[in-house]
Write a protein that binds this ligand. Structure first.
Ligand code: PRX
Length: 667
């Protein structure tokens, strides 16, 4: 049985979604493969409306008046300049009290974790509650030639993630602690909910689900924006042992339908399922399991974000993405944190909204996407300095490459040189960060995701699958299993094996390329499918994009290869310019010069296309296949599925702004 919990009455806005105050309707739609269950739809809707239309009155939080600092804080000079070799050491204050203090401690723990994976992960799991324990640790086979590919962790153990998030914390005395602060799109709209209140709501909603026939093993598809009822719905499913598949609330009807279609695969026992971002092909229902996901989410949020009881943690991800599962719902609750859920648009009513929220709630961690950072960078620096960011300790970014300019902007301007800026590398398939700095330990290099997390063994391999040693560039794989990894693709184990284990048998292949430098730091070079060959050089799009963004007038960029009648393949750059800038021939020449000096003449884009925006999906990833078609000038070509785009009108604007230069026979 699949139940679809929706919340309507919001309208899609350019950068996400928002809803008008007071115009919200709550609904539950219930569907079943069994026709006999269909009439329940209305009943469930009514019940859900009764449940939510009269929300509990939340106590007002005690929040200081925002302190305006306009004109008092000078933005730093030479904000984005840095020497490529420059290393940023952990701020002393952070290092003193961190869970992982200093590199020696990291290295020792890392060594121990690799030497005895089972001991390490069992120790972490022992901090959580298990109704039934297991003697087993991590068991896996990554080599399909030796038998079925599988991963197991604590096989036979019994636990409940909702219990670990709620009752376990309440028993420790956190009942009256605020679990979530919800901030609406309209500044001034907020609510809070304590751990005890959250449990109460979860119990009520799990009763609603139960009374409507949802049982252990059923799949519940949840379709609602970032409101407090969202974690309530997720936890209620987890509490009764139903699986949930969260569909991002901004998806169009078609996209929702394709995900519901997948969720119709019912009776997913004990599993939770997260769709990956679907930036290519059809969405994959990645199956995560409770004990493994819980252990990894708990430990990674605790150590990577150095979670402390007094923290106000803010992850801006939507719960429809894995980052929202790990870092909005489960990770923070498992750690007993207070976190912020923001339903609005980061630039509404203006470009300082994010900093306003940081100041208002005294957020200690901010975790967002590089794309959001770049869009905030496009606003004047005064939008940041107008608000106090004194409370911030850690700023995390993940989901794509963070170009050094964005990193430096976060470090120097937002963090005032006293925050740790973390570039976390991971995937939906991973459940949590895989290559990541630790704030009190890792010396940072802008643009690098740095070093592996505990128990993670990255491997760089060449085309033949040979493992490369020392400083090298290759295909990024993982040589051992970890608890948080997806176990299969829902109802398509063959696709799981083919996608991740067939290219390099014996390894989990990420699909990404990476470089490892002389200090063993990892630098992600992008999806290997996006790399291309120019005059015999293999070019990583990430590298050219990072160079382009070193020009102060370039806010965003995406580089693709396009066909050239005489040169074969050439780089074609889409650049989004800073507010008020236009692409003059002089500016185009300057931009190309940055690439020439940072990488080399061969990497200089043949065309610089001043783009009004980039075609992104709703997690902020650029859909390059669309850009390739535009670069090729192939107007007749079918663009494929564009329903996951944040703003479909950008495609037309890109065709309109495409420079009128013929590169190949398509035009
Ligand atoms: O290409 C890598 C990129 O995002 C992909 C995973 O996306 P998704 O499944 O949506 O999960 C996002 C969870 C954060 C990866 O295969 N990616 C993710 N983090 C980074 C990154 N690329 C560069 N640097 C990163 N820190």
């Amino acid at each position: 049985m699949a139940v679809y919990v929706g919340r309507f009455g919001f309208r899609l806005a350019r950068q996400g979604f928002q809803h008008g105050k007071g115009r919200i309707m709550q609904r539950v739609m219930m569907e079943s493969t069994y026709a006999s269950a269909q009439p329940r739809l209305e009943e469930v809707r009514e019940e859900w409306e009764r449940f939510l239309v009269e929300p509990q009155q939340m106590p007002e939080p005690k929040i200081d008046e925002p302190r305006s600092k306009i004109g008092k804080e000078e933005p730093p000079r030479n904000l984005l300049e840095h020497h490529p070799e420059e290393i940023f050491h952990p701020p002393e204050k952070l290092q003193e009290n961190a869970h992982i203090r200093g590199m020696d401690m990291y290295q020792q723990l890392y060594r121990e974790s690799i030497e005895d994976l089972d001991r390490y992960w069992k120790q972490v799991a022992s901090e959580l509650y298990f109704e039934k324990h297991s003697d087993k640790g991590l068991e896996w086979n990554f080599d399909h030639r030796k038998g079925d590919v599988f991963v197991k962790f604590l096989d036979g153990a019994k636990t409940n993630i909702a219990y670990n998030c709620l009752e376990r914390n309440i028993q420790k005395g956190l009942g009256s602690k605020i679990a979530y602060i919800w901030e609406g799109n309209e500044p001034g709209d907020y609510k809070t909910i304590t751990y005890s209140e959250l449990l109460e709501q979860v119990v009520k909603f799990s009763e609603v689900l139960r009374s409507k026939g949802v049982r252990k093993g059923d799949v519940v598809a949840i379709y609602m924006p970032m409101v407090l009822e969202l974690p309530v719905a997720l936890l209620a499913c987890a509490r009764i042992g139903a699986s949930h598949s969260v569909v991002f609330a901004g998806f169009s009807a078609d996209s929702l339908a394709s995900r519901i279609q997948q969720a119709k695969a019912k009776l997913m026992k004990r599993y939770r399922c997260a769709m990956n971002s679907g930036s290519t092909g059809t969405p994959k229902g990645l199956v995560h399991t409770t004990a493994g996901f819980m252990t990894y989410a708990y430990h990674s949020v605790k150590t990577v974000f150095d979670a402390k009881p007094e923290d106000i943690y803010w992850c801006t991800a939507d719960a429809g993405w894995i980052t929202g599962h790990t870092c909005v719902v489960y990770g923070p609750l498992l750690n007993g944190l207070t976190s912020i859920i923001f339903e609005g648009i980061p630039t509404y009513p203006n470009g300082s909204r994010v900093w306003q929220i940081v100041e208002k709630y005294k957020a200690t961690q901010l975790y967002t996407s590089p794309t959001a950072v770049r869009s905030l960078m496009a606003y004047p620096n005064e939008m940041v300095t107008a608000h106090s960011r004194d409370s911030l300790k850690i700023i995390g970014v993940a989901g794509e490459n963070t170009n050094p300019s964005a990193w430096l902007w976060l470090h120097r301007l937002v963090g005032g040189n006293k925050c740790s800026i973390l570039d976390l590398y991971w995937q939906t398939e991973n459940g949590g960060p895989m290559i990541t700095p630790l704030p009190g330990a890792t010396p940072l290099k802008p643009g690098s995701a740095t070093l592996p997390f505990f128990g993670i063994e990255p491997a760089l391999v060449n085309e033949k699958g040979d493992q490369l040693e020392g400083a090298a560039e290759g295909y990024l794989c993982f040589a051992r299993a970890w608890p948080g990894m997806a176990r299969t693709i829902w109802r398509d184990h063959e696709r799981f094996v083919k996608t991740y284990f067939s290219t390099y048998p014996g390894y989990y292949f990420t699909g990404d390329g990476a470089k490892r430098d002389q200090d063993s730091y990892y630098w992600i070079t992008g999806r290997v499918d996006d790399q291309f060959n120019v005059s015999g050089h293999l070019l990583s799009t990430a590298e050219v994009e990072a160079a382009l963004m070193q020009h102060p007038d370039v806010v965003e960029s995406a580089v693709v290869a396009t066909k050239h009648s005489s040169k074969g393949q050439v780089p074609y750059a889409f650049v989004v310019l800073a507010f008020g800038k236009y692409l003059t021939p002089e500016l185009a020449a300057e931009i190309k010069q940055v690439v020439r000096s940072k990488i080399g003449a061969f990497a200089v884009p043949e065309i610089v296309h001043p783009a009004p925006g980039l075609p992104k999906n709703r997690s902020g990833k650029v859909l390059r296949r669309i850009l390739r078609i535009i670069a090729d000038g192939d107007q007749a070509k079918n663009l494929g599925d564009t329903t996951t785009l944040l703003d479909e009108s950008v495609i037309e604007q890109l065709w309109e702004t495409r420079p009128d230069i013929k590169l190949n026979a398509n035009e």
